[in-house]
Design a protein around this ligand. Structure first.
Ligand code: ATP
Ligand code: MG
Length: 227
């Protein structure tokens, strides 16, 4: 493990009942890099992302995050880690419908114990950075999909996480909005030294990555390493 390796998964096996989703997947993430995870539908990309983020627990293999073995850590330790060190961005935004955009972005900070005023001030700065400051008071149901994903980028990065896990963040967007979200995500992550694990089907989106990894039948192949 090199000095700046942040997260390293080796030999991951994960099944759902009798369906094997991952059968020996490995991936290591360096601080600040943007890694694209590609591969056919059903190959295990989302499952790998969820294992890396400590959401799913694999049956076999190891996942080291800064000296912590995620596969054997207590659920409470994993959820604390997700709140403090990880950010998340999904295909359909998954903003809380009852909260305003500002409150949605402030939420991860509030869950980490920050008081309302400073949390909302920082959230407002992030809405500004992702070009949606004018939507602060609106609810997610009142904005477009592309706007929602820009709010999602702000929410994923507001805690200045070490890693953002993004599962097809542009999958529901047209190419123009997809490009805009990727520019924001890649730019903001680079500025704050955040690593991004990005699952995508689109090579145009993967082009933003420093490195591409392909998942096929539950196994990983590092394209850059193979060259
Ligand atoms: N919660 C679940 N219960 C049962 N089977 C599951 C579950 N999640 C995933 N699977 C199965 O595990 C395999 C891998 O699924 P996964 O969602 O990781 O694929 P994916 O590469 O993300 O696909 P897609 O590109 O369509 O999102 C598939 O066979 C899928 O049907
Ligand atoms: Mg998936």
């Amino acid at each position: 493990m090199t000095a700046d390796t942040l997260l390293k998964a080796e030999g991951i096996h994960k099944s759902f009942g009798s369906t094997p989703a991952l059968s020996g997947a490995s991936l290591s993430i360096t601080a600040g890099e943007l890694v694209a995870v590609m591969g056919p539908s059903g190959s295990g990309k989302s499952t790998l992302l969820h294992c890396l983020a400590g959401i799913l627990r694999p049956e076999q293999g190891s996942i080291d995050y800064q000296g912590l073995e995620l596969t054997t850590s207590a659920d409470s330790r994993l959820s604390a880690l997700r709140r403090s060190d990880f950010g998340f961005l999904f295909q359909f935004g998954q903003l809380v419908p009852e909260l305003s955009c500002l409150e949605n972005v402030a939420l991860p900070l509030r869950l980490n114990g920050m008081r309302r005023r400073p949390a909302e001030e920082r959230a407002a700065e992030w809405l500004e950075r992702t070009d949606v400051a004018d939507l602060a008071a609106k609810r997610p149901g009142e904005i477009s999909g592309g706007q929602g994903q820009r709010v999602g980028v702000a929410r994923a990065l507001v805690t200045q996480p070490k890693v953002v896990f993004a599962d097809e963040p542009t999958g529901a967007l047209d190419s123009l909005n997809g490009e805009r979200v990727m520019r924001l995500l890649a730019g903001a992550a680079r500025d704050s030294g955040t690593a991004v694990v990005l699952v995508t089907h689109e090579s145009r989106v993967a082009a933003y990555a420093d490195r591409e990894v392909v998942v096929r039948d539950g196994r990983t192949r590092d394209l850059t390493a193979a060259i």
